[in-house]
Design a protein around this ligand. Sequence first.
Ligand code: ADP
Ligand code: MG
Length: 222
Amino acid sequence: MLSCRGVGRTYQTDRGPVDAVRRIDLEAPDGRFVAVIGRSGSGKSTLMAMIGGLIRPTIGSILIDGVDIWALDDNAMARFRNRRIGYVFQFASLLPTLRAIDNVALPALLDRRHAAAEAYDRAAQLLADVELGTHLDAYPSEMSAGEQRRAVIARALINDPILLLADEPTSDLDEQTEREIMALFLSVNRERGTTLMLVTHNLALASEAEQVVQIADGAIVP
Ligand SMILES: Nc1ncnc2c1ncn2[C@@H]1O[C@H](COP(=O)(O)OP(=O)(O)O)[C@@H](O)[C@H]1O
Ligand SMILES: [Mg+2]
């Protein structure tokens, strides 16, 4: 279960405070596909980054799987984020000096719960799952944009997160590639049961979600 309780974020800027997110309440049971829509500047990325443990709310709390994530200390937060949350950013990219398989294995290697060999076995399986089984040794520069994004998704899944966050993950891709990547997100949600929270401008895609959250001026449109 994901639960946002009165979550808000105010940025201090030279022009004064900006209320990017205003006390949002939001609940999503495990396994749900939640689409987040709204105009540019409405607060979507700020909300996602707070749920993803990247931007601290100025007010409210966020519970993921019963854990009040912003009550954790920095180390516990880093561990929780690495183990439980997969995050795919807009323009998400791989480390250019590492092969696809190293990139995907990295979050598991950092976690150190499992032996390196296990991390690599799992990375190879995930790359096969996203149809990159023939690209394990490829460097990012040797892969197409869509292939790179599929590897990013595999990397987000390596520690078997309960929550997969994706913030406009296809905005830089062509339409056909966007369709492929979106199909992959949907299959992750359906087949693994991973909760998926996805920001998109694609209303056809949003209409497939079980829950649509529309944000305007930092608040949910009822
Ligand atoms: N780091 C920041 N500092 C100051 N203002 C910010 C910062 N990040 C975002 N904002 C402002 O917060 C509002 C919401 O931004 P954002 O969450 O990026 O919206 P969206 O993802 O919907 O485009 C905007 O007015 C934006 O200018
Ligand atoms: Mg954004």
